[in-house]
Design a protein around this ligand. Structure first.
Ligand code: URA
Length: 262
């Protein structure tokens, strides 16, 4: 209750509860409170209340021409998917059950990039379907997004053995596919999940603590770095910090939508 009162219109308590964070933990409340304040600091990038975001999404859906966008893959997207499915450019191809191309809306305004498929993803052919995926869903819901509305991919399309980090040569082999996906989705904003994705995509071998908190650009697209959901499962004390990233993301998405309408 205290957290809700302190942070005004931010659905902080909902978020903290949804992602399994103790809302009453003093550290969590303090971290989340300063995150909410930081997100409100820039008057050019206001964080609208969630109901406003809903209205805009619904309005955009109404304005879209019949049959346009929303989930319908283009022929180029389909072709890319076929090329990925038959790729044997690196050793990961030998042990995979299947490639994990991506999931969600191929015209999404938000593109999330994670690390690599794990066991569940390799079996099901979809990114983020395990426990980390369920946490990711709740994180998105907390900022009024759904998995269906965003596009989720990884820096490599095949599962590394024993869930080790993907190697530089494996990431390099997949890079043309990732770049093609970024160009085809043409999202307003990119969110990088965790250190491996951040270092791979930004080409900077620096700690996550240095890469978070500021905006980067990939192919000109505003890009933010946050914790990997699997890390948050192991380190729940950081979940409140992750909330500050989500607020920043939501504010930027809103600002980018506004710029596009002008
Ligand atoms: N972790 C990732 O980075 N990607 C997945 O698809 C699943 C877990």
């Amino acid at each position: 209750m205290a957290a809700e009162r302190e942070c005004g219109d931010q659905p902080l308590r909902f978020y903290l509860e949804a992602i399994g964070c103790e809302a009453t933990t003093a550290a969590a409340v303090v971290a989340a409170r300063s995150a909410a304040a930081a997100a409100r600091e820039d008057p050019k990038r206001p964080t609208p209340p969630p109901e406003q975001l809903h209205d805009r999404n619904e309005a955009a859906a109404r304005e879209a021409p019949a049959g346009a966008g929303k989930g319908e893959p283009s022929p180029q997207w389909r072709e890319l998917e076929r090329r990925v499915a038959s790729c044997r450019s690196c050793a990961l191809a030998e042990r995979r059950t299947q490639t994990v191309f991506g999931s969600g809306d191929p015209d999404a305004e938000l593109l999330l990039i994670g690390e690599a498929p794990g066991r569940d993803e390799d079996l099901q052919g979809e990114p983020f379907v395990g426990r980390a995926g369920r946490l990711l869903n709740r994180m998105l819901e907390a900022i009024d997004l759904t998995r269906e509305a965003v596009q989720v991919i990884n820096v490599v399309k095949c599962r590394p053995p024993n869930n080790r980090d993907p190697r530089p040569e494996e990431i390099a082999a997949c890079r043309p596919f990732i770049e093609a996906q970024i160009r085809l989705v043409a999202p307003r904003v990119i969110l990088l999940l965790g250190r491996v994705a951040a270092c791979a995509m930004l080409g900077e071998q620096r700690p996550l603590s240095v890469l978070r908190h500021r905006w980067h650009r990939i192919e000109g697209i505003p890009t933010l770095v946050t914790y990997h959901p699997a890390f948050l499962l192991r380190t729940p004390a950081r979940k409140a910090d992750g909330w500050s990233d989500l607020l920043q993301l939501r504010a930027r998405l809103e600002a980018e939508r506004g710029t596009a309408r002008r």
